[in-house]
Design a protein around this ligand. Structure first.
Ligand SMILES: [Zn+2]
Length: 432
């Protein structure tokens, strides 16, 4: 059962695309081209992007110094301290020292890093696991790759933006540290887990697969209406890997294998395949036949860990969880508004008038999140983290239930809260 599942994932990669791995960049904007709606802002946008790139480079350089200091790799000389941003060291670096704690506030971290949470976090975790040394990675190429990934997330999406990617990466790190798993993981497993988490939604257009299909978006026909977004996230990642040359020093078969395994991980985040993975996971736990000495079994658990990280918002502390819920619903409502505007049928969960945030969250928790995390709890047992996550999950579900009772027909308050200026989110006001 297990092998057939993995083979199916691999089979899709190998046979579905005739062994030719195309690389993509950009191009996920919906067919009702949102770029048309932004023409007057485009010149300013180019300047903003350039400014952001310079800022990012400076932050990254500061980070490299800070990270080495944190790990004691270079002595604390007055000269190197002079290069550091005191604020950065005082707050963002302090947060990084607690990056493995479950109440890590990624929104605050993103503000402290000047919108560079994904690049900063990834670089830090690569240092923690010594991946740069292990894979002999070129720091300039790594910076280039991570910068491209972060940049290709759409900052105007309320939910599917680089902060979500950083959040999933932080959660993935917490799961990789689980004692049940940690001792078995190879450096390659860790590398793939972090890379897949960071890139799993790259270039997400802020609308879902049914929207792309019904508007006959070119990505929908390219991927034959199946795992359209996930395929695009993966192919875009491969494109950026090749463009940055990050893996160009590795033997060709190894970099090809990395690209394929990244695909298998990213494709596992397709929510339409939730049951397939849940059933296989449950069966393994019932049979107690998971053997983490086997690379294929570790790969399966990485797929599950990434799926958990991707939907872990309701398992976070309420203050963080609530923000994510409002953001994802805001993204749904924007799609609904777009469908309404162009006379398309409004998709499920996307109608602000009838689909309230509490109702959406209760459904999501009950049918998707809870069943998966109950099995993850079984797998990781005894795990303080899993118990904490389930406690938050139950508490948050109860909170949404009380809010649903008190809910008014149009969830105006939640929507306005979700639109509070948060830097990267506030830029999206030009999307209808
Ligand atoms: Zn995601």
């Amino acid at each position: 059962m297990f092998l057939s599942c993995v083979c199916e994932a691999d089979g899709r990669l190998n046979t579905g695309h005739a062994g030719v791995l195309l690389a993509e960049r950009r191009g996920s904007y919906p067919l009702i081209d949102l770029r048309i709606l932004k023409t007057s802002a485009q010149q300013g946008e180019v300047e903003t992007v350039t400014r952001r790139k310079v800022k990012r480079l400076l932050s990254f350089q500061r980070y490299c110094h800070a990270s080495r200091l944190l790990r004691g790799l270079v002595p604390h000389t007055p000269r190197s301290l002079h290069l550091l941003d005191d604020d950065y060291l005082g707050q963002a670096a302090h947060m990084l020292s607690k990056v493995g704690t479950w109440n890590f506030d990624i929104f605050l971290f993103d503000r402290l890093t000047n919108g560079n949470s994904l690049v900063t976090l990834m670089c830090h975790l690569f240092n923690v696991y010594d991946l740069i040394h292990h894979f002999q990675l070129d720091m300039v190429k790594l910076n280039r790759f991570l910068g491209m990934v972060q940049e290709d997330y759409h900052s105007q999406n309320p939910y599917h933006n680089a902060v979500h990617a950083a959040d999933v990466t932080q959660a993935m790190y917490c799961y990789l540290k689980e004692p049940k798993l940690a001792e078995h993981l190879s450096p390659l497993d860790v590398f793939l887990g972090l890379m897949a988490a960071a890139a799993h939604d790259v270039d997400h257009p802020g609308v879902n697969q049914p929207f792309l299909i019904k508007t006959r978006h070119h990505l929908a026909s390219l991927y034959q209406n199946t795992s359209v977004l996930e395929s695009h996230h993966w192919r875009s990642t491969v494109g950026m890997l090749r463009e940055s040359g990050l893996l160009s020093h590795l033997p060709a078969d190894m970099s090809r294998d990395i690209e394929q395994r990244l695909g298998s991980l990213i494709l596992a985040t397709d929510i339409n395949r939730q049951n397939e993975f849940l059933m296989t996971f449950r069966e393994h736990l019932d049979n107690q036949d998971l053997d983490l000495q086997l690379a294929s079994h570790r790969h399966f658990i990485l797929q599950i860990a990434l799926k958990c990280a991707d939907i872990c918002n309701p398992c976070r502390v309420w203050e963080l969880s609530r923000q994510w819920s409002e953001r994802v619903c805001e993204e749904f409502y924007r799609q609904g508004d777009l469908e309404k505007k162009f006379d398309l049928e409004i998709s499920p969960l996307c109608n602000q008038q009838s689909d309230s945030v509490p109702a959406i969250q209760i459904g999501f928790i009950s049918y998707i999140v809870e069943p998966l995390f109950e099995e993850w709890h079984r797998f990781t047992e005894p795990s303080l983290l899993s118990q904490t996550m389930l406690d938050h999950l139950h508490k948050n579900k109860a909170n949404w239930s009380s809010l649903r009772c008190a809910h008014t027909p149009s969830d105006v308050q939640s929507r306005s809260q979700a639109e509070e200026p948060e830097g990267e989110v506030g830029e999206g006001s030009d999307i209808p």
